[in-house]
Design a protein around this ligand. Structure first.
Ligand SMILES: Cc1cc2nc3c(=O)[nH]c(=O)nc-3n(C[C@H](O)[C@H](O)[C@H](O)COP(=O)(O)OP(=O)(O)OC[C@H]3O[C@@H](n4cnc5c(N)ncnc54)[C@H](O)[C@@H]3O)c2cc1C
Length: 323
């Protein structure tokens, strides 16, 4: 059984649709419109108010209203989406985020239904009746284009690849759907702690100032001050996370977050490929490093060779003066 829909898996953070979630909805809306398909947001758990809010930006919300989905468990979420597919028919495509949860859920789902899966995509377009995606490979040195020939085509999309969906003139409908929810995989949530960024997901930040080993210890305050002057967010390389100086949720790179802000300022970061993989689709990259041969300059649009202790305060002051 099949349905003529494209689904965007909506992730909610602190009761709000994430910026990246709005971008997925826009991707589904744009691509569905081109082929006369229907775009749908899929909401796993949450509440009526959230489902209604989602309906403000997409014509239809498929709401799996079951409180067992409120706790994240990859096997349960993948199983619920599989159940939705069995109940409603296979959609043409499923779009989800390049984030910690969907990067775990969507490949599982693809394996469950034998569908093609492409991660970390920066572009999606139609190639005839198939979806073609573009994504960076080999550390962003080249981009590959793939046509996904299965139904559904499953794609995780990098933040920043699409604009966020705007409100509709008239809200869409909310369909409450019951599906069989698989038993928990045995994961028990023992504690929840709010993030150091006051609930803001780094993936949604438009301006990010990141620090590496070159700003360890108290020097990191210069990164915070610059981020503050920019109304931006802070991030870190793995060197600082491994040293216990920054929380893992601020780590950018292969084993951290993948982000695409408008502006990424890398301070005292050498530019190891594992780091660059997480930020090389940022719109503008600025690197500050005392080593003129640091690899980060190859990934930067603008480079400043010098000491972070001098350059960061000067930048912050200039920004504050402009404000
Ligand atoms: C499987 C795997 C996964 C990994 N995942 C990640 C990941 O997700 N994210 C990540 O970041 N790394 C990751 N790494 C680690 C990565 O390979 C690098 O070791 C790490 O990114 C280095 O961090 P850094 O650039 O802060 O430190 P360094 O490489 O030590 O660089 C410090 C830089 O600071 C500069 N500097 C020093 N003092 C100053 C100063 N006063 N002013 C200006 N510049 C200064 C130096 O010139 C140098 O370029 C991973 C590694 C592996 C093997």
């Amino acid at each position: 059984m099949a349905c003529n829909e494209i689904w965007a898996v909506a992730r909610i953070r602190d009761g709000q649709i994430t910026g990246a979630g709005l971008q997925l909805i826009e991707a589904a809306r744009e691509l569905a419109r081109e082929k006369g398909l229907d775009a749908r947001a899929v909401l796993l758990g949450c509440d009526r108010a959230t489902a209604d809010e989602l309906a403000g930006v997409v014509n239809g919300v498929l709401w799996l209203n079951d409180e067992r989905l409120n706790e994240y468990d990859a096997a349960v979420h993948a199983g619920a989406l599989f159940g939705l597919m069995e109940a409603r028919g296979k959609p043409v495509a499923i779009f989800a985020g390049t984030n910690d949860t969907d990067s775990e859920v969507v490949p599982r789902l693809a394996a469950m239904c034998g569908a093609a899966f492409a991660s970390s995509c920066v572009k999606i377009r139609w190639e005839g009746d198939d979806l073609a995606i573009r994504r960076p490979v080999f550390g962003g040195k080249v981009y590959e284009e793939l046509a996904l020939l299965s139904r559904p085509a499953m794609v995780t999309v990098r933040p920043g690849a699409f604009d966020g969906a705007q409100k509709l003139a008239a809200p869409g409908s909310v369909e409450e759907i019951s599906v069989e929810i698989p038993a928990s995989s045995g994961v028990t949530v023992v504690e929840r702690a709010s993030s150091a960024q006051g609930g803001q997901d780094l993936s949604d930040a438009r301006r990010v100032v990141a620090g590496g080993r070159g700003v360890s210890g108290e020097s990191y305050q210069k990164v915070e001050a610059l981020a503050d002057a920019l109304d931006g967010s802070i991030a870190a390389s793995r060197a600082l996370v491994d040293a216990g100086e920054r929380p893992h949720e601020q780590q950018v790179g292969k084993s951290g977050k993948t982000i695409s802000p408008d502006l990424y300022i890398a301070c005292g970061i050498s530019g190891a490929i594992h780091h660059v993989l997480g930020m090389n689709t940022s719109k503008v990259v600025v690197a500050v490093n005392s080593d003129p041969d640091a690899p980060i300059f190859a990934a930067a649009d603008l480079g400043m060779v010098g000491d972070v202790m001098e350059i960061l305060p000067a930048l912050a002051e200039a920004l504050r003066a402009r404000k």
